[in-house]
Design a protein around this ligand. Structure first.
Ligand SMILES: Cc1cc2nc3c(=O)[nH]c(=O)nc-3n(C[C@H](O)[C@H](O)[C@H](O)COP(=O)(O)OP(=O)(O)OC[C@H]3O[C@@H](n4cnc5c(N)ncnc54)[C@H](O)[C@@H]3O)c2cc1C
Length: 218
C-alpha cells in the first residue's frame, strides 16, 4: 500500500496514512503485521494497530520509533510519501466490551485511539475514561484531540516530568482509587508488560474481577 502521508506527532511517534486495500476490514482495536516494500525489508514484519476507523477510506498507523533497535520502526523514519508498506492479515487484540476505564502506557494507547474515535463517531463516548501514562508532556500522543473527545475523563500521569497540569509518578493503587469512580466496570489495559502486570495486580487487589479486565501487551 502506498503511503499518502507520514509525519511526526510526538518527537518519537510517527503517524503514517496509507491507501486502503479493497475489502480490507477490521474492528477497532485490531492490528496487522506490516513490512516495508524495500529490498532487504520485505520479509521483516512487525505488528501495528489501525488507528483510523473501519469506515475511513484510508489506513492510519501511529508508531513509536526505536532507532537504537535498527529494526522496522527505525527504517520507517526514512520513508516518505509514495513509498510502500506491505500489509498482512488482520488479527485480534483488544475489542470493546462496554463502558469503563482505558489505561495506556506510551504506544499502548494505539488500540484505544481507534476504539475511542469509533465510540465518538457513534455518539457513545459516555463516561469512558482514559488514564494515559507517559514519560513527559511532549510524549502524550494526540493530546488536543483526546482532551476534546474525553474532557475531564482524560487523565495524564508523567513519570519523568513534574508539571502543574498532570500527576507525577507511576500508576499505583492510590492513584487508581483517586481517579476512578467505582470499580464495577470494564478495564482495558495496554502497554509494556511490567506496567500491565502491576496494574492488573492493583486492580484485583482493589476487588475488580478478572473477567472485567482486558489486557494487550505492546
Ligand atoms: C498486537 C500488537 C500491536 C502493536 N501495535 C503497535 C502500534 O500501533 N504502535 C506502536 O508503536 N507499536 C505497536 N506495537 C509494538 C511494535 O510492534 C514494536 O514496537 C515493533 O515491533 C518494534 O519493531 P522494531 O523492528 O523497530 O524493533 P524490535 O523488533 O523491537 O527490535 C529489532 C531488533 O533490535 C534488537 N533490540 C531489541 N530491543 C532492543 C533494545 N532495547 N536496544 C537495542 N536493540 C534492541 C533486537 O535484536 C531486535 O530483533 C504492537 C505490538 C503488538 C504485539
Amino acid at each position: 500500500m502506498k503511503i499518502k502521508s507520514i509525519k511526526h506527532i510526538t518527537p518519537d511517534v510517527l503517524q503514517i496514512v496509507t491507501k486502503k486495500p479493497p475489502n480490507y476490514n477490521f474492528t477497532p482495536g485490531q492490528a496487522t503485521e506490516v513490512a516495508i516494500n524495500k529490498t532487504g525489508w520485505k520479509d521483516k514484519k512487525r505488528p501495528f494497530t489501525f488507528t483510523s476507523l473501519p469506515v475511513d477510506d484510508y489506513l492510519e498507523f501511529t508508531i513509536k520509533t526505536y532507532p537504537p533497535h535498527k529494526g522496522i520502526t527505525n527504517e520507517l523514519l526514512k520513508l516518505k510519501k509514495d513509498d510502500e508498506l506491505i500489509l498482512h492479515d488482520v488479527f485480534g487484540a483488544i475489542t470493546y466490551k462496554g463502558e469503563g476505564v482505558f489505561i495506556a502506557g506510551g504506544a499502548g494507547f494505539t488500540p484505544f485511539i481507534c476504539i475511542l474515535r469509533y465510540l465518538q463517531l457513534k455518539n457513545e463516548t459516555g463516561a469512558n475514561k482514559l488514564i494515559f501514562a507517559n514519560k513527559t508532556k511532549e510524549d502524550i500522543i494526540l493530546k488536543t484531540e483526546f482532551e476534546k473527545l474525553l474532557g475531564e475523563n482524560f487523565i495524564n500521569i508523567l513519570s519523568d516530568e513534574v508539571t502543574h497540569e498532570y500527576a507525577h509518578g507511576q500508576i499505583d493503587a492510590e492513584f487508581l482509587k483517586a481517579n476512578i469512580n467505582g470499580f464495577n466496570q470494564q478495564f482495558y489495559i495496554c502497554g509494556p508488560p511490567p506496567m500491565m502486570e502491576a496494574i492488573v495486580k492493583q486492580l484485583t487487589t482493589i476487588g475488580v474481577i478478572e473477567k472485567a479486565i482486558t489486557t494487550e501487551k505492546i
